[in-house]
Design a protein around this ligand. Sequence first.
Ligand code: AMP
Ligand code: MG
Length: 411
Amino acid sequence: MISVQEAKSIISNNIQPLGFETVSLKNAGNRVLAQDITATFPMPQFDNSSMDGFAVRAVDTEGADVLSPVILKMVGISSAGTPCDVILKSGQCAQCMTGAVIPDGADAIIIVENTSGFLDSETVYIFQEAKIGEHIRRKGEEIQKDEILLSRGICITPNEIGTLASFGYDKISFMKIPKIAIIVTGSELIEPGNKIELGRIYNSNLYMIAELAKKSRVEIVMREVIKDDKDYLCRLLSEALQTCDVIISSGGISMGRFDYMREVYNKLGVQEHFWKVAQKPGKPLFFGTLDSKLIFGLPGNPVSSFICYMEYIYPVLQDMQKKTKDFKQQAILTETFPVDSKKHRYLFGRSWIDSSGRLLCSPTSKTGSHMVTAFLGSNCIMVSPPGKKFMKKGDKITINQLNWRNNERSF
Ligand code: AMP
Ligand code: MG
């Protein structure tokens, strides 16, 4: 049996990056960039108007006001997307809409409200003087060509996607998403919705693990419930090993007569890195690899499955694409916490911030690893390393926040 620290370091030494793939812009949301994104051109690309109005030579408008307007000759219309190819000469102006190219020769925009308006007439009355550069957005004033806009490793959210589009990016290199298989085992399992019989239980782990997996950027390729049948397990797992990067099984990894998972993994050529970790719950946790594939065998008790997933698999799935921050924090215990002399102890807990800003925490009331309601009301997993007899009220304890409980994004 190895320690929690050893188990975690063995896993992290076996994570291989998944490589890159090209993804089109419409599927870029939530993906992690595998390339730097630079400005493909200066922004704005060309001098353009920030208002609907008339492009003028400022000098021509000198002295203009409502009582003594300047009269200019309208020689063209520049609208967004359709520039007009005139060169303004003295005494001339052109209609120029928001976002439209500023005609050559013009050096200011008079807003339409300060003119006689967009009429078909060639004669335009200007009621205000223009200042040079007024209402003109200059080429490159926002960003120069080749400036880095987004760095490799950034996750694309609504904040970034518009920028990618604005610079014309369509095919972009992203980190590959791990393909995962979730396989829950147990001849006693019945799917929710069916009639329950004595001795059998509803399968909850598949739904729970799939929901946990959705908190990371993964593609769930297989999700199966199977009986404790060695041949069938062998067939299904060999398929999973061919199609997926990460295999997560639940159940059948302990000492029971029908616990076949370890034997099956070994038979399929999986290299066992560890089986059994000094922790409670979750002692029979299995970890192996086959080439670059990671294989996790979780114990079947729902609480053990959940805690092992959060402690061992969740960080791996996050890190496969992008190093993420550790959600572990220190909180002050408001109740005594059981400690084991040789094992790490994990319990679901509830953390909160008190009126003086301190992070407090206490275990939830259901503490058995078989208890199917232990998760309810909890927003963290509390962890104590092996050691002294008890952690007392007022002691600091490490907690692993279930960050979706605090309205934070998990990636
Ligand atoms: P095992 O690890 O297969 O020995 O299972 C340990 C306990 O967890 C047993 O009581 C199982 O019935 C229960 N269990 C196993 N798989 C599941 C599952 N998918 N959903 C709910 N409970 C399960
Ligand atoms: Mg079982």
